[in-house]
Design a protein around this ligand. Structure first.
Ligand SMILES: Cc1ncc(COP(=O)(O)O)c(C=O)c1O
Length: 398
């Protein structure tokens, strides 16, 4: 099987010279081609859309093509894509736009292990008479168990909002099984793919979920978010934009203030990069990424077995695990570990990462939280080795 050409991959980014960057789940570095496309759009077509002059027509064509390229990247149709400033704001818009189809006593399920951006907007629907229940980690196993979800699904359950992978442990959630359960219960499924999408291929037609959100700035692109919705699901949503728009105005009814055109145009560079990486085959690109990331993940987790650091999530040998790894030390604060790492040109972050409920479930002070090291496929085995070495040094400091 072919190997990832790491030298070529690194050339595609402007990575910092001396810093080993391990906060990729916070925001990845941007592809050079994305940056170039943003500049190209701003230089050549910074004009109002919808006019008959040729610059406006060119701008519209560019955005249409960019949307089509991004849709193809996730196995969706262009009219199933809504663009917004970030995943949090898109999820918030989705929750507001669902009000028209919810009745008093309807139930929405959120999880204890999601980023708050896929919890808070749903909690606010309680003000409209919706009952919100929380799917928690299993009391005895400490893991995500489908039986617990099954017990929460009722006839009145209208939606489950669930992550595809936690942004703390890198453990993927079995969305296929969850989809089956929610379908049986006649309830919609909104998936937060923010932590998952930078690492594994996502195909909306196969996943068969109703909604799926991705932060493109964590997938090597600019700071915008993408919300996928099945066309019939988007059609049912309320208009939250200008009053003269109607339900059929997809995606405009969900994009108040429009979108950031140059960033949307730039973001298509992600799709082009993945195509090139996989020699024209997206599946191949993600096979290369998966294999490469699995090696680095194993390298790190195996080394952590011999230390006092407590790694959260499933056992280190879970092959499904994505390269997002969080740990704490029984005697050292997470913030001090990150400060020490920075002295050695290693960038990692501490805290709760807005998955506050999960961090509290682990019994940790959310302000100090965990140290999270999250990799991208441009990280190298040498960088991981440096990280391990420095962590071991930090743990033995007097
Ligand atoms: C799993 C997950 N979901 C949602 C978000 C929120 O994304 P955004 O910053 O695009 O609102 C984040 C951000 O870190 C995340 O990690």
């Amino acid at each position: 099987m072919a190997e990832l050409d790491i030298a070529w991959v690194r050339e595609q980014f402007s990575l910092p010279e001396n810093i080993a960057f391990f906060d990729n789940a916070g925001g990845s570095f941007t592809l050079n081609r994305v940056i170039d496309r943003v500049a190209e759009y701003m230089r050549e077509t910074p004009v109002q859309l919808g006019a008959r002059h040729r610059l406006s027509v060119q701008a519209s064509d560019r955005l249409q093509q960019a949307t089509a390229d991004l849709a193809a990247m996730i196995g969706a149709q262009p009219d199933e894509v809504v663009i917004g400033p970030a995943s949090s704001s898109l999820t918030d818009r989705l929750a507001r736009a669902m009000r028209g189809q919810l009745r008093t006593g309807d139930r929405i399920i959120v999880t204890q292990f999601d980023h708050e951006s896929n919890i808070s907007p749903w909690l606010r629907l309680a003000d409209h008479g919706v009952e919100i229940v929380i799917w928690e980690l299993n009391q005895s196993t400490g893991q995500v168990e489908l039986d617990d979800l099954e017990a929460l699904l009722t006839e009145r359950t209208r939606l489950l909002a669930c992550t595809h992978c936690t942004n703390i442990t890198g453990d993927p959630v079995a969305i296929g099984d969850i989809r089956r359960l929610t379908k049986q219960a006649g309830c919609q499924l909104m998936v937060d793919g923010v932590a998952y999408a930078p690492h594994r291929q996502v195909n909306m037609a196969e996943l068969d979920v109703d909604y799926y959100v991705i932060s493109l700035y964590k997938v090597f692109g600019p700071h915008i978010g993408l919300l996928y919705g099945k066309r019939e699901a988007l059609d049912r949503l309320d208009n939250i934009n200008l009053a003269h728009m109607s339900r059929g105005d997809v995606p405009y009814k969900l994009q108040p203030g429009g979108t950031c055109y140059e960033l949307l145009y730039g973001a298509a560079g992600i799709a082009h990069y993945l195509q090139e990486l996989g020699s024209g085959n997206l599946g191949e690109a993600f096979s290369l990424i998966t294999k490469y990331e699995e090696q680095l993940t194993r390298q790190f987790l195996n080394a952590m077995n011999d230390t006092d650091f407590i790694v959260h999530g499933s056992a280190g040998d879970n092959p499904q695990r994505l390269p997002i790894m969080s740990f704490h030390h029984p005697k050292l604060s997470s913030v001090s570990i990150c400060e020490q790492l920075d002295r050695h040109n290693i960038a990692a972050k501490h805290g709760h990462f807005h998955a506050r409920r999960l961090i509290q479930r682990y019994g940790l002070d959310p302000n100090d939280g965990v140290v999270r090291v999250s990799l991208a496929h441009y990280n190298t085995s040498e960088e991981v080795e440096r990280l391990i070495e420095k962590l071991k040094e930090v743990a033995t400091l007097p």
